[in-house]
Write a new protein. Structure first.
Lengths: 173, 258
């Protein structure tokens, strides 16, 4: 990290080799174009350097931290560009389930993620997808579904906790 | 906001659909509430797992060069004039070393083993202390912080999507005058943001002024040093940097545990 902070090329490449792909993938999904996803990827690495002091390995993994930055920057960008109070994202009905069989560099994080999502019901997957990939607020989901707001918030929390717990279980030897 | 109100909003914070006003309130609460912070961390990690579930896209080959170049430009290593003063160089090195606590092991690919990570963090802490010692030597404080158990380190992180960071060294000693040394980097240099104020506070909400930053260097950096002749800094472990409008831009704590 010291090397990254100093702009050391090798350090940046090391970090890039491990995390650029999932970051670019998220950018492509949220922003909708390769060009925007490329810009986002660059922004994430610069932000990682600037916010390095904020990363605390005792509170979470580096992969999580980087992806949180990526999602936050993507959402900010959409809000700026659309002037909307929430991002206008493409709604995906379900969290993808397929792992590419031809993937040459499978990421441990993604395998674990897909397995963790198996703990969710279809309704929970759809709820998380609408919020995380679709940018829909709990209130909007509640109004669209005719469900009480408190219920939507509770379900959102429950689904996130289930994912987290399932992921922890998978990480245990 | 109460913990109950905050926890109701944490799922939306995790998926970035929280309203801006609520985000500000929640993040303010998280600064001091460890319980809610833990819950926010857990939910944030769950949200990140969703991102990793996406089928991977093909990354353009030339992107890596552009990323390297962007980081290189951002770090100012392409010819940005460096300050020549020895003390300033040592301070910058200390900032880098402290900011990297815990990261070095990750970068070296050894993060999987906690023992390795802890060992690496310990080495980097010793190195940061050493750099601080060099920076402080012209001040003739008459103490060697590298061997002093009363010297404590901390880091400040940006608040509300800001940039920059800071390293903090506190000496909280029963026998010597306490002092605080804060090194900031990457702060915004817009005229309306200056001067920045650096303050210390304790759990009871008492506040002490540590200093004021009237100008920044080319990297948004500056340093503040204050020795307290009568005040004991025990408990004053929360450090904040506040801009001219009163907004907190950096915040963090110093671990004063022996």
């Amino acid at each position: 990290m010291e090397a990254l902070l100093a702009g050391n090329e090798e350090a940046v490449r090391t970090l890039y080799a491990r995390y650029a792909r999932p970051i670019f993938t998220l950018g492509l999904r949220l922003l909708g174009s390769a060009e925007a996803a490329e810009e986002l990827t660059q922004d994430v690495f610069v932000a990682a350097w600037r916010k390095a002091a904020r990363f605390d390995p005792s509170r979470g993994r580096l992969s999580t931290w980087l992806m949180t930055i990526a999602h936050n920057l993507a959402v900010d960008r959409l809000r700026r560009e659309t002037g909307a109070t929430r991002p206008h994202l493409v709604l995906v009905d379900e969290v993808p389930e397929v792992i590419g069989a031809d993937e040459d560099e499978p990421l441990i994080e993604r395998d674990a993620a897909v397995r963790a999502l198996e703990s969710l019901s279809d309704a929970e997957k759809r709820l998380l997808a609408r919020a995380y990939f679709g940018g829909f607020t709990a209130r909007e989901i509640a109004e669209a579904d005719g469900t009480p707001l408190g219920t939507v918030k509770t379900r959102l929390r429950t689904a996130l906790i289930k994912v987290r717990r399932a992921n922890q279980d998978k990480e245990r030897p | 906001m109460t913990c109950l109100e905050v926890r109701e909003l944490l799922p939306e914070l995790a998926v970035d659909t929280i309203a801006p006003d609520d985000r500000t309130e929640v993040e303010r609460h998280l600064r001091w509430c460890a319980g809610c912070r833990k819950e926010a961390s857990d939910l944030g990690q769950a949200a990140a797992i969703l991102a990793y579930s996406l089928p991977p896209a093909t990354v353009p080959q030339e992107l890596s060069e552009r990323v390297v170049e962007r980081v290189r430009r951002a770090t100012g290593t392409t010819g940005t004039p460096r300050r020549a003063r020895t003390v300033a160089s040592a301070i910058t090195a200390a900032m880098v070393a402290v900011a990297s606590l815990g990261w070095g092991a990750v970068m070296a690919g050894r993060a999987d083993r906690f023992a390795d990570r802890a060992e690496q963090a310990q080495r980097e802490r010793a190195r940061a202390i050493e750099q601080f010692q060099k920076a402080l030597s012209p001040l003739s404080l008459g103490t060697d912080i590298s061997t002093n158990d009363d010297a404590h380190l901390g880091q400040l992180a940006p608040v509300a999507g800001g940039t920059g960071g800071a390293a903090v060294l506190q000496l909280v000693s029963p026998t010597m005058l306490d002092f605080v040394f804060v090194i900031v980097n990457g702060l915004g240099d817009d005229a309306e943001l200056l001067p920045y104020r650096v303050s210390l506070s304790n759990a009871a909400g008492q506040e002490l002024r540590a200093g004021r930053i009237d100008e920044l260097d080319a990297h948004g950096g500056a340093e503040v040093f204050r020795q307290f002749k009568t005040q004991d800094l025990t408990g004053f472990s929360t450090v904040t940097v506040i801009d001219a409008s009163g907004e907190v831009v950096l915040s963090g704590t110093v671990d004063q545990a022996p």
